[in-house]
Design a protein around this ligand. Structure first.
Ligand code: C5P
Length: 398
């Protein structure tokens, strides 16, 4: 019999980040969590209750005295949840929670619940950092309320600063951790190589490529959300690591090989998403190269081949291990990927065409998943969406 679903009551208050609450609903649902929504009157000015009704399949509570079929919804909704998440939580709502005010359905339910309370505040920087707001949030924190602190960034009011609601996936990760949800990858140990490598020419210059690390990090984030024990062996990137993931930072291909070789033996799955530089300058000058080099020095950087990490570890893999590689190609995408599947002894190669808005540095991608059994094409979609589908297929290979 399937385990009973965990229940989250999501309170949405009236800030521009209310639209991001839709993504929170989706993220929780992907982890098999049942979500019900209550909104403040102001929140309905940003997102219609119908949107949340359609997403959750449940009536949305706004009015304390108008919830269908329930005369005391603030009590029943508050009792029937494993976690009460308020996202976004305006500074007004944070103040009410700190004082214990209960003048609408959302705040009444917050006062009535015995479930853990998780709050994702969001506001204009001045409002967020005002002494009153900071005091209120400190009060909540001391009372055991979990806070997902707002990010710094560009705010809807046109200023830069702290106050932008944390990214939905960060909020979902915290909610799932509090719920103790064990995903379908719990017990799975996964290594992912990600990002570019950099290959020094001298102490200040290097050869690298356009990889952003987004593909590898999206896979890591999705796998961690699904309960896997994830280690990223990462070249230099500007993306934030997901919560709860171990990151081993490296610079060169040889450092990546050494780190990956150390992590690999204890892994069940390994995904090689890094854009490893195939070639490196053979000699790294220990001094910064200066202008005025002679012709011979100007016309040569001798290159040496880097180790092929996927191939080395693919051939070292043991029976229970599944190895997945990537292939960025400019032509004959599927044919070339199929050759790599065999040459590198991988169980799957994920191939994509390199081009504008595809592969390197972009938010989305179009891929082919190639295994000994055949191939599957996934049309262009966000890397975060691709990640879950790729993981589904990789798990099928075990
Ligand atoms: O042979 P090619 O570089 O196209 O293969 C790409 C795949 O091999 C990717 O999964 C990449 O992470 C991996 N690779 C590697 N070490 C290299 C080059 C590529 O692990 N030196």
């Amino acid at each position: 019999m399937a385990a009973e679903k965990k229940k989250v009551l999501l309170g949405v208050t009236g800030g521009i980040a209310a639209y991001k609450a839709c993504e929170i609903v989706r993220g929780l649902q992907k982890a098999e969590v049942d979500v019900r929504v209550v909104m403040t009157e102001n929140a309905t000015k940003f997102v219609g209750p119908l949107t949340f009704e359609a997403l959750t399949g449940h009536a949305v509570g706004v009015d304390e005295f108008g919830y269908p079929g329930d005369a005391i919804p603030h009590i029943h909704l508050a009792q029937d949840c494993d976690l009460f998440l308020i996202a976004p939580c305006t500074m007004n709502c944070a103040a009410k929670l700190a004082c214990g005010l209960a003048d609408d359905l959302l705040t009444s339910a917050a006062l009535a619940t015995t479930a853990p309370l998780l709050v994702a505040p969001a506001a204009n920087t001045q409002m967020y950092t005002s002494p009153a707001s900071l005091n209120n949030m400190a009060t909540l924190s001391l009372r055991g309320v979990e806070l997902v602190e707002a990010d710094e960034g560009y705010l809807a009011c046109g200023v830069e600063g702290r106050g932008r609601m944390a990214e939905p996936q960060r909020i979902v990760e915290r909610a799932l951790a509090l719920l103790g949800v064990r995903g379908d990858m719990s017990g799975v140990s996964l290594m992912i190589t990600a990002g570019p490598t950099i290959e020094p020419i001298d102490p200040v210059r290097y050869i690298t490529n356009f990889s952003s690390g987004k593909t590898g990090y999206s896979l890591a984030r999705a796998a961690a959300r699904r309960g896997a024990d994830v280690t990223i062996v990462s070249g230099p990137v500007a993306v934030d690591p997901p919560e709860g993931v171990t990151v081993v930072s490296v610079r060169t291909a040889r450092e990546m090989r050494d780190a990956a070789a150390e992590v690999f033996p204890a892994c069940d799955l390994a995904i090689f998403a890094a854009a490893v530089a195939d070639l490196r300058p053979e000699d790294e000058s220990d001094r910064k190269l200066k202008k005025g080099l002679d012709d011979a020095a100007l016309s040569t950087i001798r290159l040496a081949e880097n180790p092929d990490i996927l191939s080395e570890l693919g051939h070292a893999k043991r029976e229970h291990q599944v190895v997945v590689g990537f292939a960025a190609e400019t032509h004959d995408v599927v044919d070339n990927a199929r050759k790599k599947l065999i040459a590198k002894n991988a169980d799957m190669i994920i191939a994509n065409e390199v081009g504008p808005e595809k592969a390197f540095g972009t938010e989305g991608n179009e891929i082919y998943m190639i295994t000994a059994a055949g191939e599957e094409h996934l049309p262009y979609m966000l890397k975060s969406e691709l990640a879950d589908i790729v993981l589904d297929r990789v798990l099928d290979l075990r």
